[in-house]
Ligand binder design. Structure first.
Ligand SMILES: Nc1nc2c(ncn2[C@@H]2O[C@H](COP(=O)(O)O[C@H]3[C@@H](O)[C@H](n4cnc5c(=O)[nH]c(N)nc54)O[C@@H]3COP(=O)(O)O)[C@@H](O)[C@H]2O)c(=O)[nH]1
Length: 592
């Protein structure tokens, strides 16, 4: 039965009396209470007794005040009576008290009863307990705004609170600070010890973060191993605010560095990289603030992790430059602004065995942009996929041309393949399409991969490499020594070549540690039957040392700097070879 079932114009006692059949009244699921015009209770039903705990004889003749919880203000009741007087009806949420003293929320509908002259003769109230509904609502609310694992506010709630803090900051002129806290090497812990242990660590981190901040601050989990802390009302002076924020960041860093006892007896030492950005009022948007703190956090990572970095103007300048570079990069391919340079690779007798193709970006009217500046950007934005395809296609087209020139047809060409490009599901197809389109021998194409690619989804990487090896394509491991892969680990991957990173070659004749590392890499590489290439060879002393210790292939300024591809081809194909700066060039055939 709904409230509309009650007649609008009828005397209350007639409802009580004429519906005299208490049995019918009692079958109604909602609690019902009928009062006279003075609010004296005339009649109630079974549902009323179940809900309030009062029996009929305890309640008849009393007023509904007996149910009052005291939670509603006098103003609330004033408005309720105004509505009843005006429209004869009121509906809303109200907190009442059961006989046992328990306070509960109910949805209450009151209809005024009037006689034929329109005078109020009483009221009929129907109500139901909405505790379960409220509980479900608050659970939904919790799930929407809190992280289920750590019970910390989630990214959404943090965003709301940042917006509120910025609005409050405008009035108070105080600076606040946002700290982005990323747990170093969390992925390794998760992958090696399992997700349960990873979860355990995240919960412990959440507890420690809460201990480091004041009641008015917010600690949140952004997702994964990234947390955030919002510090409010620090100081009107940015320097003072920065000092306070740094003190909290340092406290967090120290607190997180204390050992954590994980399940199965693992004692874990955790470090964190923390980025800080100050804010005041609405000087910047919350999106900008989050971005800035994030950039500062990446600076902390770049500084070797376990560090704190503040976002500052220099970082903003970098950000602006990156944004304009990215905008330009989006059109660079379509506008034909990319070119490739080639750098020779030689054997121990200085015979040319191949070349590496290196990408250059030449925006019109501007200086050439170094790949070190635009490749990371292209990777982040995904543009590396079409750009990498273009390089691959250019390499195949070049090999096709070379195949018809006797002095060049035995050379191989190496191209760099970024992790994101390699991870494309159709990467194998992309390579084989490029090979077929130009009809070249796949063994002349060498793909340079870096160690970082080998640390994740190993089976997938091996599968793709094997598929391409079956076509004849060869693989070179680039920048070896800078990552984490050991030579034993490398045995799983079908590499044919290994390039010692140039940072080890630079001081090889003066730094005994670098020299020892290089000797070990050459010895192990040779024993694994890999062609070891030393890159970055700049002078004869480095070259002599490398030859003496068994290195057989070389790349570096000593044998030729990267030059535009047409210049490289012209020099080798009948032109002046000195232009390629390959001293004593002997066009050789690759060994091994
Ligand atoms: N995913 C792709 N990455 C690419 C591509 N083209 C280049 N790159 C990567 O960019 C990084 C920088 O490259 P670059 O500025 O071209 O530097 C190369 C050489 O110029 C430099 N080099 C070579 N010899 C010497 C030397 O004797 N001294 C010295 N100081 N530098 C030297 O080394 C770079 C070659 O690096 P590598 O590829 O590791 O062999 C670089 O990481 C490129 O990989 C591309 O098309 N796709």
């Amino acid at each position: 039965m709904s409230d509309s079932d009650f007649p609008e114009a009828c005397p209350a006692d007639s409802i009580a009396g004429s519906w005299g059949q208490q049995a019918i009244f009692n079958q109604i699921g909602a609690a019902i209470m009928v009062t006279d015009a003075n609010e004296r209770i005339l009649r109630t039903n079974e549902a009323f007794h179940r809900l309030t705990g009062y029996r009929s004889e305890e309640i008849i003749g009393r007023t509904p005040k007996i149910l009052s919880s005291g939670r509603q203000s006098p103003d609330f009741y004033r408005r309720m009576w105004q509505a009843l007087a005006a429209s004869g009806r009121w509906e809303g949420e109200i907190w009442n008290r059961r006989k046992c003293g328990e306070i509960y929320p109910e949805w209450l509908i009151i209809n005024a009863c009037r006689d034929a002259d329109g005078a109020v003769t009483g009221y009929v109230a129907t109500f139901s307990d909405i505790s379960k509904l409220k509980h479900a609502e608050s659970e939904i609310q919790h799930l929407a705004f809190y992280d289920p694992l750590t019970a910390l506010p989630n990214r959404r709630l943090l965003f709301d609170r940042l917006e509120q803090a910025c609005m409050a900051g405008k009035r108070k002129a105080d600076h606040g600070a946002l700290l982005i806290i990323d747990i170093d090497n969390f992925k390794i812990l998760n992958d090696t010890l399992g997700h349960d242990i990873g979860d355990h660590l995240l919960i412990e981190i959440a507890c420690r973060l809460k201990q480091c901040i004041r009641e008015c601050d917010t600690a949140a989990r952004q997702g994964g191993d990234e947390f955030a802390v919002m510090l409010e009302a620090l100081d009107p002076h940015p320097h003072v605010a920065a000092v306070s924020a740094e003190a909290v960041a340092e406290k967090i860093r120290e607190e997180l560095a204390r050992p954590v006892m994980l399940a199965r007896g693992h004692e874990h030492y955790c470090t964190a990289s923390i980025g800080v950005s100050l804010f005041r009022g609405q000087e910047k948007s919350v999106e900008t603030l989050l971005k800035q703190a994030d950039i500062a956090m990446y600076k902390a990572k770049e500084a070797g992790r376990n560090a704190i970095r503040f976002f500052d103007q220099a970082m903003q300048t970098t950000l602006d430059r990156r944004a304009s570079l990215e905008a330009g990069l989006r059109h660079a391919l379509a506008r034909g602004e990319f070119v490739v340079h080639a750098q020779p690779q030689v054997d121990a007798g200085r015979g040319l065995v191949g070349a590496e193709l290196l990408l250059r970006w030449q925006p019109p009217g501007q200086p050439v942009v170094s790949p070190d500046d635009f490749i990371p950007l292209a990777e982040e934005s995904g543009l590396i996929v079409p750009i990498g395809l273009w390089v691959l296609d250019t390499a195949c087209a070049t090999l096709r041309r070379w195949s018809e020139l006797p002095r060049l047809r035995d050379l191989y060409l190496s191209v760099n393949v970024s992790a994101r490009q390699f991870r494309q599901p159709d990467f194998v197809d992309q390579v084989s399409t490029a090979l077929n389109r130009h009809g070249i021998a796949a063994r002349r194409l060498k793909l340079e991969l870096t160690e970082s690619l080998l640390l994740d989804k190993v089976e997938e990487v091996v599968f793709k490499m094997r598929a391409l090896r079956m076509l004849g394509v060869r693989f070179s491991l680039d920048d070896f020594g800078t990552g984490y892969a050991s030579l034993a680990y490398l045995k799983r991957f079908p590499f044919e070549q290994l390039k010692i990173d140039r940072s080890f070659i630079r001081d090889i004749t003066t730094d005994p540690d670098d020299a020892a590392i290089v000797r070990a890499i050459i010895a192990m590489g040779n024993s694994l039957r890999l062609n070891v290439v030393a890159e970055g060879v700049e002078d004869p002393a480095q070259h002599a040392y490398l030859v003496e210790h068994g290195c057989r292939f070389f790349q570096g300024y000593m044998f030729g700097r990267p030059v535009p591809l047409p210049q490289f081809e012209a020099a080798l194909n009948g032109g002046s070879e000195a232009e390629v700066a390959v001293p004593d060039p002997v066009i050789g055939v690759e060994r091994g």
